[in-house]
Design a protein around this ligand. Structure first.
Ligand code: TZP
Ligand code: MG
Length: 222
């Protein structure tokens, strides 16, 4: 049985403005402060992504994030680390194509957890299994310095093709900033995932608010 959070329409709403955290970009203002401000600005989901932390460190940060998110309705997704997600009581796990398989994530996280999968090609998007996966991240739309060794950029037409290859809720990631919102939302994705458009910005609340307003406007116009 599907929980509220895994319902496709709820999932689509959670994908509108998806904040993926970067420990270095958030270091100056602080990760918790950045997320608090971003929530006030209207982000709809958060992913803890820290490639260099240990599981113990991820658990500590994740527990603090859960306290920040408590009562907001904003789910917390953990990148790549099922043990941390289970210890934290996080809402889900996000994996890439060369990480743990969605089947393993689903088996270990249980039926009510959110499972996200990064797709870098049309074929990968077409292959994403709706029985295991709740949403796909189309990645990267544009080249970005935030992720090292990322796959070739999809571009907007590549994003359109990838989006058309699956009926799963979908979010666009990679080099996404305010000026891209209208074009990206026209491809039919449900939302936009950002790192540097919020993390490390002088005012993460204002940055989130501007993105959220532009996304909501694009959704209204569809
Ligand atoms: N996956 C694909 S691109 C990317 C991730 C985590 C980084 C996106 O960062 P930014 O700063 O929003 O371009
Ligand atoms: Mg990964």
């Amino acid at each position: 049985e599907r929980s509220m959070t895994r319902d496709a329409n709820t999932m689509r709403a959670c994908l509108r403005l998806y904040l993926v955290t970067d420990p270095l970009l958030c270091a100056k203002a602080g990760l918790l402060h950045t997320v608090r401000e971003a929530i006030a600005g209207g982000i709809s989901m958060v992913q803890l992504r820290d490639k260099t932390a240990t599981t113990e460190e991820r658990i500590a940060i994740g527990r603090a994030l859960m306290r920040v998110l408590h009562g907001t309705g904003v789910p917390l997704i953990i990148n790549d680390d099922i043990d941390a997600a289970l210890a934290i009581g996080a809402h889900g796990v996000h994996v890439g194509q060369s990480d743990l398989t969605p089947r393993i994530v689903r088996e270990r996280m249980g039926p009510s957890a959110i499972v996200g999968l990064s797709c870098e090609t049309v074929a990968q998007a077409a292959a994403a299994d709706p029985l295991l996966v709740d949403y796909v991240g189309m990645s990267p739309v544009l080249a970005t310095p935030t992720k090292r060794d990322h796959a070739a950029a999809l571009g907007f037409t590549g994003l359109e093709a990838a989006r058309a290859a699956t009926t799963l809720p979908a979010v666009a990631i990679g080099g996404m900033h305010l000026e891209h919102v209208t074009r990206v939302m026209r491809t039919g994705v449900d939302g936009i995932a950002v790192v540097s458009a919020v993390c490390g910005q002088p005012d993460p609340r204002a940055a989130s608010l501007a993105l959220r307003q532009a996304i909501d406007e694009a959704v209204r116009d569809m």
